[in-house]
Design a protein around this ligand. Structure first.
Ligand SMILES: NC(=O)c1ccc[n+]([C@@H]2O[C@H](COP(=O)([O-])OP(=O)(O)OC[C@H]3O[C@@H](n4cnc5c(N)ncnc54)[C@H](O)[C@@H]3O)[C@@H](O)[C@H]2O)c1
Ligand SMILES: O=P(O)(O)OC[C@H]1O[C@H](O[C@H]2[C@H](O)[C@@H](O)[C@@H](O)O[C@@H]2CO)[C@H](O)[C@@H](O)[C@@H]1O
Ligand SMILES: [Mn+2]
Length: 443
């Protein structure tokens, strides 16, 4: 079997060890020749790189492993770039969450004003990464997890329409894992129909390979418990705030009882609840929870491995969300025609939605990339919500490209998370100040 060369961009990410461990667990399905880490923060990446060097020497000495901050070295002779960068790091995520909250508005990584702010920081760095990849390895595919995926994907569609970049999200697979537990199956047993935008969608069917429809059974469970399941499905997302999110799916289902909701809809359908009842603490948000939790755990595990000179007894855990990346890379590398929920240009997949909208739908993935599967017409309620949100995403990208204050203000006004043009302006002005180092100048 051919061996592949991979660069992980955002090598210092908290997800890097989980992805590397998962790659090692799948070497029989996806053999690796070279594995490189690339980051623009040398110190952060080296902390993980040194530990992973030890892990790889112990577990897969044949793989050529290295880490670098040099783009040419990182991107030369690679088949795949797995990208998960965070422009501005957790320091800026914290501000994305805290600034809106100060104005009584949802403060979230990818939704509402925080997501828009993050989007305007991410676009430039992602486009730069694509250009570097194309310069040094023109046939390379980028599997891009970097958030906010909806805005990043729209920017790629406009600015690099022919590039081999696939923007992806693990939420659909993560939630399918929960659904499969509810009905005593595994995700591999199930095929779904799904429509929406990234972090904004609904499942309309969950069937096994014999064609049995499980939607009613899952809906019945979700109407009582949300997606909360008894088994620990995911070591990284069991914090209280995520439990609340999975539970809240119950109330999302009440709004549209026919379909199963993506949990991120809570920020748009229950923003008042999120801010006032759920206990969004303006001084301690998810960014703080992640810095005190996942980031500390991952970096202290790395430190222990380096100090002991071995990974025995203090191993990194396998990233549960990371299997999606291997399945996707395999689909491209081996033309597997796997069915996966992907972020793509609509082009008729949702019949009564704009062709040029970036949507999230099931696709068949082959060596040519994803081919969207038709989801037919969607109901008026969902269509209207989606149209409002996709316009937010389009305006944000246009604002970035044109340097337009007006368009960014309009994007914020249109976000269902924001109550008025006045509040939108106040938040925008605070975000501009906080993002001076990262955003284009807006006039
Ligand atoms: N799409 C999804 O469903 C999904 C799932 C999980 C995580 N993510 C995303 O993955 C990313 C990483 O998340 P994290 O919590 O581990 O963040 P993190 O801050 O731990 O890691 C991000 C890394 O990217 C690096 N970086 C920033 N700009 C860069 C650039 N221009 N070039 C190279 N490296 C750069 C940083 O130095 C940092 O080491 C985020 O964008 C997050 O939203 C997406
Ligand atoms: O708040 P964070 O940084 O812990 O997580 C934010 C990411 O959450 C989603 O991904 C989850 C997924 O929902 C869960 O099921 C599991 O598989 O883990 C994923 C993260 O590894 C979301 O899709 C991402 O876009 C967010 O970045
Ligand atoms: Mn996601």
């Amino acid at each position: 079997m051919k061996k592949f060369s991979i660069v992980i961009a955002g090598g210092g990410s908290t997800y890097t060890p989980g992805i590397v461990m998962m790659l090692l667990d799948n070497l029989d399905r996806f053999p690796i020749k070279t594995l490189k880490l690339y980051d623009n923060d040398e110190e952060r990446q080296a902390a993980l790189g040194k530990a992973l060097d030890i892990v790889l020497k112990e577990k897969a000495p044949d793989i050529e492993f290295s880490y670098t901050t040099d783009p040419e070295e990182a991107f030369t002779n690679v088949d795949f770039c797995f990208a998960h960068i965070r422009t501005g790091k957790y320091k800026m995520r914290e501000l994305d969450e805290k600034i809106p909250l100060k104005h009584g508005v949802v403060g979230q990584e990818t939704c509402g004003p925080g997501g828009i702010a993050y989007g305007l920081r991410s676009i430039g760095d992602i486009i730069e990464l694509i250009d570097i990849m194309e310069k040094y390895s023109p046939d390379c595919w980028m599997l891009n997890y970097s958030n906010p995926a909806a805005i990043v994907a729209e920017a790629c569609r406009i600015l690099r329409p022919n590039s081999r970049v696939l923007n992806i999200c693990d939420m659909p697979v993560g939630t399918l894992r929960r659904m499969s537990q509810i009905i005593g199956k595994t995700p591999e047993d199930l095929d779904v129909r799904y429509f929406g935008l990234n972090h904004f969608g609904w499942w309309t069917s969950v069937k096994d390979k014999e064609g049995h429809e499980y939607l009613p059974e899952i809906r019945d469970y979700v109407s009582k418990h949300g997606y909360l399941t008894q088994i620990e499905v995911d070591t990284q997302h069991m914090d209280q705030s995520w439990q609340e999110t999975h539970k809240k799916a119950k109330d999302l289902l009440a709004v549209e009882p026919r379909f199963l909701p993506n949990t991120y809809l809570k920020y748009y359908l229950y923003p008042d609840y999120v801010v006032k009842v759920e206990g969004s603490d303006p001084d301690y948000t998810r960014a703080n929870e992640v810095m005190d939790g996942r980031e500390k755990e991952v970096f202290s595990a790395a430190k222990t491995i380096v100090e002991k000179g071995t990974s025995e007894g203090s191993e990194f855990s396998i990233g549960s969300h990371a299997t999606f990346i291997v399945d996707l890379a395999r689909a491209i590398a081996f033309n597997t025609h796997e069915r996966m929920v992907m972020i793509v240009e609509n082009n008729g997949a949702i019949a009564n939605f704009d062709d040029n909208a970036v949507v999230e739908v099931p696709c068949i993935v082959s060596s040519d990339g994803p081919e969207p599967l038709s989801q037919g017409n969607i109901p008026e309620f969902e269509r209207a919500l989606m149209y409002q949100q996709v316009t937010v995403e389009k305006l944000a990208v246009q604002a970035y490209i044109e340097g337009s204050y007006q368009k960014l203000w309009q994007a914020l006004i249109l976000s269902k998370t924001i109550p008025s043009a006045k509040v939108a302006k106040e938040i925008l002005d605070d975000l501009i100040e906080a993002n001076k180092e990262y955003w284009p100048e807006l006039t």
